[in-house]
Design a protein around this ligand. Structure first.
Ligand code: ARG
Length: 465
């Protein structure tokens, strides 16, 4: 089989060298996008009378057949033909004869591949946005059922102050909201057409770039042909948004893993999202959460990989850029799978409300309440902090909690203490009293959930898509 660019060559390379340079093993993922781009291009060539309407029609018919075959998985590709673009062009010519060779008029694989990647990412980013909404909905539902579920809040993984479980969980809702917004905003830049930029300099044919952009549903065209074929910042943006999203999922994974341990027992995962051990019959491992935490690494790797591929490249296209694809495909697959699994895992997990609440009764996470109590009675906060710190120390030495000290002992530490301190020491009171905006007080949490619901109901997402 002759290579499509064989004219200038006198020797052919060995098969393994061809294989090393070829991208068909992975860029066949772009088959439908490549056909879609070709349809728009040929349509335009016909309308601009660069080729005859009749020729355009024949090519369109050929492309339609190829599309059907691709959808039915009936196309097989050859490494000799390097990539998806040359493979499809050759198949087209086989089907409809030499007129197929007119498809590539006024086009280069450089603007072709860039167009494919924009089309591909547009579809998948939209899908990811919708999946994030599903995960947000699952989080929201769990939160709604647990507004008054009290649990210990941590800093440094040390008990800090009691909080509402819904408040803890909703923190992730808002992280995901920003992740989603990042993807929505990136669509503006993904939705631009590089098609018609040629190899780098544009073309001598009287093409109409706005027409192909319209046909492909792009909002506009790249202003500079060299920029259009040589930058991959739209992919970097996707990889970076994905890295941040995965970082958030990884943190939630870590919490889920901790919470489902015997030590915590705050939640129980549904059997469908856990696995057993081949040797220890009692085990129920939170595999999915662990895997998502682990897969975060490959997404970061894909971002660093592409940043490094691009950093030293002179304009315009360089073959190095063929390396943009596998990381992008892998990230799409990883992120899509992770968000999907997460939604199911959250929806089906059980929250052990009693265990959470009881654990707040056996710690010092109510110490801040005492310090606040004193300072609200005029004791400078620093001094109040010191007084309570000493009481905590006393408790540790006597193996008891703040609730167990007598009023006498409190009075000895500071005479501003009165009988009502015991009410303040109740973790539920502590949560209820945190009424500042965005705090864990039940009313604030309820308000936040209402706002979150409105956000999801607003359908800004669907209108952008
Ligand atoms: N397979 C190539 C890639 O993915 C397509 C573009 C090739 N262009 C070229 N001038 N060799 O980047």
């Amino acid at each position: 089989m002759n290579k499509l660019w064989s004219g200038r060559f006198t020797k052919t390379s060995e098969e393994w060298v061809d294989e090393f340079g070829a991208s068909i093993s992975f860029d066949q993922e772009l088959v439908l996008e490549d056909l879609q781009g070709s349809v728009a291009h040929v349509d335009m060539l016909g309308k601009c009378q660069i080729i005859s309407e009749e020729e355009a029609q024949r090519i369109l018919e050929g492309l339609e057949i190829l599309k059907k075959k691709a959808t039915n998985d009936e196309l097989s590709f050859s490494v000799k033909l390097e990539d998806i673009h040359l493979n499809l062009e050759s198949k087209l010519t086989e089907l409809i004869g030499p007129v197929g060779g007119k498809l590539h008029t006024g086009r280069s694989r450089n603007d072709q591949v860039a167009t494919d990647m924009h089309l591909y990412l547009r579809t998948h980013v939209k899908e990811i946005i919708l999946l994030i909404e599903e995960l947000q909905t699952a989080i929201l539902k769990k939160a709604e059922q647990n507004i008054e579920t009290i649990m210990p809040g941590y800093t440094h993984l040390q008990r800090a102050q009691p909080i509402s479980f819904a408040h803890h969980f909703m923190a992730y809702f808002w992280m995901l909201e920003r992740d989603k917004q990042r993807f929505i905003e990136s669509l503006k830049r993904i939705n631009l057409s590089p098609l018609g930029s040629g190899a780098l300099a544009g073309t001598t044919f009287p093409i109409d770039r706005s027409l192909t952009a319209d046909l492909l549903g792009f909002e506009g065209i790249y202003e500079n042909s060299m920029d259009a074929v040589s930058d991959r910042d739209f992919i970097l943006e996707f990889l970076s948004g994905s890295s941040i999203l995965m970082m958030h999922l990884s943190r939630l994974s870590e919490e889920i893993i901790l919470w489902s341990s015997h030590e915590f027992q705050f939640i129980e995962l549904d059997d469908c999202y856990a696995t057993g051990s081949s040797i220890m019959p009692q085990k129920k491992n939170p595999d999915m959460a662990e895997l998502i935490r682990g897969k975060t690494g490959r997404v970061y790797g894909n971002l660093m990989g592409l940043l490094t591929v691009l950093k030293g490249l002179p304009l315009a296209y360089n073959k190095d850029m063929q390396e943009d694809k596998e990381g992008m495909f892998d990230t799409v697959k990883t992120v899509t799978g992770s968000v999907k699994i997460f939604a199911g895992m959250i929806e089906s997990m059980k929250v052990n409300q009693e265990r959470m609440e009881n654990s707040t009764k056996q710690d010092f996470s109510n110490a801040t309440e005492l310090a606040d109590y004193l300072s609200s009675k005029g004791v400078p906060f620093r001094e109040a902090h010191e007084v309570v710190g000493k009481l905590v120390l006393k408790c540790i030495q006597h193996r008891c909690y703040l609730m167990d000290l007598s009023l006498e002992e409190y009075k000895k530490a500071n005479e501003k203490f009165e009988e009502d301190i015991y009410k303040y020491l109740d973790p539920r009171t502590a949560v209820k009293r945190r009424t500042s905006a965005g705090g864990t007080g039940f009313e604030q949490v309820e308000l936040a959930i209402k706002k979150a619901k409105l956000l999801l109901g607003k359908d800004i997402v669907k209108s952008t898509l």
